[in-house]
Design a protein around this ligand. Sequence first.
Ligand code: GLN
Length: 263
Amino acid sequence: MKLINCKWQQLILSLGCLLLILACNSFYPSTNQDAKFLKVATDPTFIPFEIQTASGKLEGFDIDLMNAIAQIAGFRVKFENLPFDGMISTLQAKTVDAAINGITITAERLKTIAFSRPYFKAGLAIAVRQDNHNIKDFNTLQGKKIAVQIGSTGADFAKTIPNARISTFNSGPEFFQDLLNGNVDAVVSDAFATLYAIKNGKLKGIKVVADLLTQEYYGIATPKDSPYLNTINKAIATLLSNGTYKQIYQKWFNAEPLQLPES
Ligand code: GLN
């Protein structure tokens, strides 16, 4: 009898411990220590959206935004450096969970990958050497030598300019150098990145001409049917309404953020 009692006591004690463990786990679902790591691709040549400091640290508008999203959504971010040109195919292959790189949401890209809600209003601009007074708009770009970034919306746009001779490059620093060297007449690329570089003295001897050529929106790109897209979208909405987005925008652009559509 005594022996049976002892076994029952042991069983009840074990069940009690199990219940206690389960209860604790549901009260504290995950600390940040064991939160999931999201692999996020980026190309740190798209300044000031992504910058790699001399010590190798990543910073920039996109980096701040992605970290703020992760904090709200309860995951951690592991950034992976990848050339911009390879971003879409890497997402298709699902070897990363997302990419943030000032990536414009386009109908063409939406055929193979998914995008979050727009997080930045952007557009393409023409950049020329300071002493160039002939190139002013789309029409005056005709027949000119133009540098663009491989795989970018700027490269797609340049294809529509009649008789343009197009040179392609991997990143901003390279095509601007080609413009300064006098090898091309103009660059067609993202206006905010160019304007930032000019304003911060990183691009001497170059100016941006006339109005923007296009109106574009950047989104965080993910593979199609990503399980994280909904969480990312909700976090962007929170950052837009709680003032964090505005803070990050002002930190990098020293201006009021532009209105964004929901989709
Ligand atoms: N916004 C442009 C595009 O999506 C360029 C982005 C970039 O160079 N990182 O094509």
